[in-house]
Write a protein that binds this ligand. Structure first.
Ligand SMILES: [Zn+2]
Length: 88
């Protein structure tokens, strides 16, 4: 069980949240200018970082806001995204 800290609601169980993806995986600015292959790569080749990654989470069963979380994918440790991420 993971407790995610929502800056608006405090520590909450992860089942109140929906994962929104890696922060680095941004929607292209001009999707109409992309080829089908480029679009498929954007849709299906999502980051799967081993270690620390900044992620969007939607507090869907709470304040209904998107928050930024930094999570270690190896052990699900969480920390505030503004902390020093070190060299990992
Ligand atoms: Zn919240």
């Amino acid at each position: 069980m993971i407790f995610i800290h929502c800056p608006h609601c405090g520590d909450r169980n992860e089942d109140e949240f929906t994962y929104g993806g890696d922060v680095e995986h941004r929607r292209p600015d001009k999707p109409d200018a992309m080829s089908d292959a480029q679009w498929c790569e954007y849709i299906y080749c999502v980051p799967n970082t081993k270690g620390w990654a900044k992620e969007h989470w939607w507090h869907v069963r709470g304040c209904n806001r998107w928050i930024l979380v930094e999570r270690n994918s190896i052990n699900n440790e969480l920390r505030k995204p503004d902390e020093d991420s070190g060299s990992e």
